[in-house]
Ligand binder design. Structure first.
Ligand code: FAD
Ligand code: NAP
Length: 529
């Protein structure tokens, strides 16, 4: 069989773009296939009002090119979606990526041919492409979850999903709007939608924790200093579990006197952002410690939200940081607005959607437009939408029936020459995704180069190595509080999805070390031929 490419990369977000660049540099014939009309992935699709990063812009950016770092100017502490999308497009232009990307094309099936050790990749445009390697760069949060609520199709007004927002934008001025969900996407968009609409109704199933962003334009002096010290900052970030260069207070919360503890929380709250969860060393390990942080945030909610009953509904009861912590601009304050109503559906699911709105708890709520801020089939959703067939025609869906199993989050037994960037079993969504993506891309490219240098054409994880890694992922999950609640990390948001803590929670430094050790020992745990 004639090969069309050395490697086919699926997806042209930050992962697919850098993978293409790196493989091209190494001289591999590479084709990227992307469902969207443009690059940027997450930042191409999630155009809802208020969408922005919650890892600071100077950190949420590529580090592989010092020239790129120097020429790009971030303008806000947390860049908006349009700015991040401009950045992605700038990268595509600068490295001339588009000529090897096929846009508006979705991969539907990929089959491993065991006689020739080649992948046959099929698309919704009828392509049938043959490649030695397939690399998925399909995103951990790219398969929007539209809940199966009875009557959704009957709604007469417009329905928008935050994860697939119209490119031309939506003008809500003077409209009545319902939002389902109170995760990060909702928390970012609700304050802005509330300012536009006549009436906003928010349906909350689980109250969520959010920390103020204190977003602001970046001072040009700060930007210059950041540019001058990029190398140090990136190196420091690599030593942190989340790959973010913020300080983790090494002191346990339970061992800190209350007044001092609250002073530390106040300082972190005033600074803003995800670093709040690093106020103490044990917040995600010890229930009692966690409760001190949760109590602090609950007190803030009571302070900000004027109506005590609304404040009570908004106050989360679960572990802070168990579901992904959110970062906001004016979220709690929004519920003081006279045009905003909060509906608690925590104890009773939405009954149905009617032609005019939502029926919940025996009451009808009518509006012109409905926003589904209902998240994603995370980590495995995009992968399992493709019909991957490995050795003996076995499907990935079957291999992962009880939850995803990988070696290092990068490879799967029975699927030779298939690599999964930020796959389940890697730190991915628990980290600043950019450094995690770059680490995976470089590991994969180095692996392909080493194989070529040694005349090898097939690589496959072995069963014992995969089993040991799956065990390691499970063990590390069991010692943190993060695996204890109904989050998308465990697939709880998707009915019927197996409950498994999917990302590796041992931290980025330990993970990088594990990946490097495997290479140092001549790709320990892999069969190469
Ligand atoms: P994506 O950006 O998701 O790109 C995957 C691409 O693959 C998509 O373009 C998709 O169309 C394409 N694709 C999927 N399946 C197929 C197929 N079968 N055929 C063809 N193409 C396909 N992370 C952070 O670290 N910090 C943040 O502040 C942050 N903010 C976020 C905000 C939002 C709203 C969301 C949803 C996520 C956020 N994330 C954040 C996570 C974010 O997804 C990653 O940071 C990063 O952008 C992922 O890049 P990626 O290339 O791996 O995947
Ligand atoms: P999400 O965190 O999964 O939130 C989805 C929300 O919808 C939850 O409140 C959920 O309630 C609710 N929901 C889902 N199905 C429902 C149903 N049938 N009925 C009622 N409510 C329902 O999704 P997201 O907000 O899109 O965020 C996903 C992830 O993307 C984030 O965790 C983060 O990693 C990333 N993100 C980051 C940013 C950022 O600030 N940079 C912004 C957006 C997204 P339950 O909690 O009860 O399930």
């Amino acid at each position: 069989m004639k090969t069309d490419f050395d490697a086919i990369v699926i997806g042209a977000g930050f992962a697919g773009m850098y993978m293409l660049h790196r493989l091209r540099q190494a001289g591999f014939a590479t084709r990227v296939i992307e469902a969207g009309k443009g690059v940027g992935g997450t930042w191409y699709w999630n155009r809802y009002p208020g969408a922005r990063c919650d890892v600071e812009s100077v950190q949420y950016s590529y580090q592989f090119s010092p020239e790129l770092e120097q020429e790009w100017e971030w303008t806000e502490r947390y860049a908006t979606q349009p700015e991040i999308l401009r950045y992605a497009n700038h990268v595509a232009d600068r490295f001339e990526l588009r000529r090897d990307i096929r846009f508006e094309t979705r991969v539907t099936r990929a089959t491993f041919d065991e006689r020739e050790n080649l992948w046959i990749v099929e698309t919704d445009r009828g392509d049938r492409l043959v490649s030695r390697f397939v690399i998925t760069a399909m995103g951990c949060l790219s398969s929007p979850n539209t809940p199966k609520i009875a009557g959704l199709a009957d709604f007469a007004g417009a329905v928008y999903h935050t994860g697939n927002w119209p490119h031309e934008g939506v003008d809500f001025t003077g409209r009545t709007v319902g939002v389902i969900g109170t995760g990060s996407s909702a928390i970012q968009s609700i304050p802005i939608i509330a300012r536009q609409v006549r009436r906003l109704t928010v349906f909350q199933r689980t109250a969520n924790y959010t920390i103020p962003a204190h977003n602001a334009p970046l001072d040009p002096d700060y930007v210059q200093r950041a540019k001058a010290t990029y190398r140090d900052m990136r190196a420091r970030a690599r030593t942190k579990p989340a790959g973010i260069a913020f300080d983790i207070n090494p002191v346990p919360a339970v061992e800190t006197p209350e007044a001092e503890r609250n002073r530390i929380y106040e300082t972190r709250w005033t600074y803003g952002g995800l670093g709040f969860i690093a106020s103490f060393s044990d917040l995600l390990l010890n229930d009692d410690s966690n409760k001190t942080a949760a109590d602090f945030v609950r007190a803030k909610i009571r302070e900000i939200v004027r109506d005590p009953a609304t404040a009570e509904i908004l106050s989360p009861r679960n572990i802070i940081g168990c579901k992904r912590l959110c970062v906001d601009t004016g979220y709690w304050e929004t519920f003081n607005r006279p045009n905003v109503t909060l509906v608690d559906i925590g104890d009773e699911p939405i009954e149905c959607i009617t032609s005019t709105g939502v029926r919940a708890k025996g009451k009808s709520y009518d509006f012109d437009c409905l926003v589904l801020a209902t998240g994603f089939d995370a980590m495995t959703g995009a992968l399992l939408r493709v019909d991957f067939r490995g050795r003996g025609g076995a499907t990935l869906r079957d291999a992962w029936r009880e939850g995803p199993k990988t070696y290092l989050g990068l490879t799967v037994v029975g699927f030779p020459n298939l690599f999964t960037i930020t796959g389940p079993g890697s730190p991915s969504v628990l980290t600043n995704m950019l450094p995690s993506i770059e680490q995976h891309v470089e590991w994969i490219a180095d692996c392909l180069e080493a194989m070529r240098a040694n005349g090898r054409t097939v690589i496959e994880a072995t069963e014992p190595a995969q089993e040991a890694w799956v065990g390691e992922v499970g063990k590390s999950a069991s010692i943190t509080l993060r695996s204890t609640c109904s989050s998308w990390y465990v697939g709880a948001n998707i009915p019927g999805k197996p409950r498994v803590f999917m990302p590796y929670i041992g931290g980025l430094p330990a993970y990088i070390q594990a990946c490097e050790a495997v290479v140092a020992e001549d790709y320990r745990g892999f069969a190469l031929s």
